[in-house]
Write a protein that binds this ligand. Sequence first.
Ligand code: BES
Ligand code: MN
Ligand code: ZN
Length: 499
Amino acid sequence: MLWTDWNINWRVVGANHNDGDRADMIIRFVDASFQNRGELILHPRLDDALRDLYGRGSYSGKPGEAVSMPTLGLLQQPYALFVGCERAPMSEQALRNVAGTIGNKLLELKAGSADIVVPAGQPAASANALMEGLLLGLYRRNSLAVGGREQAKLERVSFLLEEGADIEAWQIALQRGYIAANAVCYARELTNVPSNRLTPELLAGEARALSERYGFDCTIYDEKTAAAEGMGGLLAVGMGSVNPPRMIVLRYGGDPGSGQSIGLIGKGITFDTGGVSLKKAEGMEEMISDMGGAAAVLGAMRAIGELKPKVNVVMVVPAAENMPSGSAFKPGDVLTAYGGQTVEVLNTDAEGRIVLADGVTTAIRFGATKLIDVATLTGAVMHALGDLATGAFTSDESMLGDVLQAASRAGEYVWQLPLHPEYDRLLKSDVADVKNHGGSWAGAIAGALFVRHFTEGKPWVHLDIGGTAWMWSDRGFESKGGTGVMVRTLAEYIRLSAD
Ligand code: BES
Ligand code: MN
Ligand code: ZN
């Protein structure tokens, strides 16, 4: 598998614990009260040094600002790291962000081991956020250069709890964060692999490896079996490439007694050139992330495999490479999608919705009774929400309510956009059931409407991650490249569905 877990040995220890096991670094959260003279933070001499830096204006103590110093024999650990934070109890979001700074710093300082003094008064229930921020902040895209860039060296972490804290509760919540962070890093890694090394066939192999690891049912349609099934949308988009398409299905049956099953469908375009409606060259390399939706649902399956919730899940990834060539589909073509509806192609760059149509039909044929699709579907959603929030659309407000609640608990921003019936005319075609392009206005809405055509009236939520799946530069605990966005939201949604 592309991502083989963090190799970090972590543990939780109580106050005053001392087994002589010396870490490279001790990490202490400091809120604004550090300015009060006389209050012990780590060691009187180090505390003085920190206050001196503050006095000089070189350390502000603001949340997320960190300063490291050698301890020169004053403490067991040779280095100390002070990290600014709000006064505990912090919100999960605040804690995740501060922990992200720690992850970034541990990477930068090449620390092999760390003792993290957990802030007094912070509830155990928020510990997952501490672990998530830490591990996500440590992650960087692999360098494929000879020799490569160094990845994080962290091998050992001890969380030092305050007196009286519930060690077991911390352990459980940290473990939940560890699972979530691993799932997100898996999605990031999948997204960051360039398209010459991650074709639809290789992506299918990755899904198969995941199914073997967790005991999921795995069905993969190649170009021949997909043709025999009538997956006309997937084939149309995929046939311009020498790397043929795949329809990938994983099934997890955590609740065999129930007829309900959650369908998770992820757009798996391993590269989007735009096809015959070719994209401009500048920035096209980002389109290795056009399988960010696939990465999100595969990441969610990884978390599901670990957590084993009492629900049924059908995951579907329609995977294809969108290329211009002599065998590519063309504007003006009329295709028959898997469900039997016809599609007029006006722009081959609106390919994601076409493969998703067949993906949604596949999920329904495999028993999905509710649908969530995740897709880097439009650039337009980025014009609406920037690179900060994922756009959400639904045919079922109460289902979206649950997804929004999961997103908020996971600390991911998701914002609803409307699907008023008057928008329907955007996709009216003279020659087919629907056309794939609705003009230059309301582009994210048109994309969502297209997908809704294939949902057969099932409760459905569409998450457009066109603005959030990829970062052009580092931002907090998100590093340049694939973000793994929506993995935590989906995993949380599934977990809450099992309650
Ligand atoms: N994968 C793109 C959307 C995208 C573009 C995501 C840039 C992230 C960054 C999608 O397939 C696409 O090309 N959409 C077109 C649709 C249009 C032709 C209707 C778009 O948004 O321009
Ligand atoms: Mn496109
Ligand atoms: Zn695309």
